[in-house]
Design a protein around this ligand. Structure first.
Ligand SMILES: [Zn+2]
Length: 305
């Protein structure tokens, strides 16, 4: 079964933390073992936010991508989902763009960005983060950026964004909102997870929600199990979300994870558990990867750049 993952921080590990590629959680071998045909590799702006060197780091992460051994799809996506592991680029933390559409153009040319998390955990030129939940929406550059992302077929990722920013995306973007690596806030109360109204808005617009495997986004305390992850999946499906659901593991960006779900080769075990829970083959194929794949194809079809 084709598996797609909407988020990992492996390039940051390799390029910035200087971790050997074979010591990372996400490796080509493990992706292949887990049936992952498409891995989204984030260019992560770093935990110093705008005070760091996010632009320079972003360029370094693109340069480090070949070290993964995974073929990066920087042109048009193939007609069918890849069988062998392939990668796409996303941006996590819009401060990397330094408030400039020229920077966006530069990154998009070099890496063909498929999604941009407008903020990480810091305020930047675009908007405000989920932590703190500032009541203000997107800033003028954020609105300008959204229009340009629409033109380029780049999805707006609200995973780290505050709520007002999320509603701005819903109102202004032609493409649907996504949350590449966030769970249900009513099951695990952290600002990084989505409220019911947000999940509903993503379902209505045909966006995407990638289930995050970080322990503290799955359950508030203790060691989570696969059952705990499946409770989030159940909750979104009960709302009618089986066509917007997928995975955003956050591998190489997380320090704790549910038992038996710590690396890409573990995806089949999760899918088996979902099958035992009563999910149909068609539902599993959608959740495993086809929902994300179809949305990426839809976004690309809209690209005018
Ligand atoms: Zn993140």
């Amino acid at each position: 079964m084709f598996v797609a993952d909407a988020h990992c921080d492996t390039l940051y590990e390799i390029a910035i933390s200087k971790t050997r590629p074979d010591r990372c959680v996400v490796t080509k071998e493990r992706l292949a073992e887990g049936g992952v045909g498409l891995q989204t590799f984030a260019l992560f702006a770093g935990s110093n936010g705008p005070a760091g060197t996010p632009y320079r780091d972003g360029i370094d992460m693109i340069a480090a991508a070949p070290q993964t051994g995974v073929e990066m799809l920087t042109g048009a996506l193939p007609d069918e989902p890849p069988r062998a592991p392939a990668g796409i680029f996303s941006c996590e933390g819009g401060e990397m763009l330094e408030g400039s559409l020229e920077r966006l153009d530069e990154f998009d040319r070099a890496a063909r960005l498929r999604m941009i998390a407008l903020t990480w955990n810091f305020e930047n030129e675009i908007g405000h983060p989920a932590y703190g939940d500032d009541p203000a929406g997107l800033k003028p550059f954020g609105k300008e950026l959204l229009a340009e992302m629409d033109r380029r077929g780049i999805l707006a990722d609200a995973s780290h964004l505050n709520e007002a920013g999320f509603w701005d995306i819903c109102e202004r973007s032609a493409l649907p909102p996504i949350a590449s690596h966030s769970n249900c806030r009513w099951l695990c109360d952290t600002p990084r997870n989505l409220k019911k109204e947000q999940v509903r808005a993503i379902i209505e617009r045909g966006g995407f929600i990638g289930m995050n495997f970080y322990s503290r986004f799955v359950i508030p305390e203790g060691q989570p199990t696969m059952d705990d992850v499946m409770r989030h999946i159940d909750a979104i499906c009960e709302m009618g979300g089986e066509h917007v659901l997928g995975f955003g593991s956050d591998f190489d960006g997380i320090s704790t994870w549910p038992t038996g779900l710590g690396q890409p080769a573990d995806f089949p075990a999760l899918l088996d558990a979902l099958a035992k829970r009563g999910y149909t083959q068609a539902q599993l194929e959608d959740i495993a990867g086809m929902n994300l794949w179809r949305l990426l194809k839809r976004a690309e079809a809209q690209r005018k750049a």
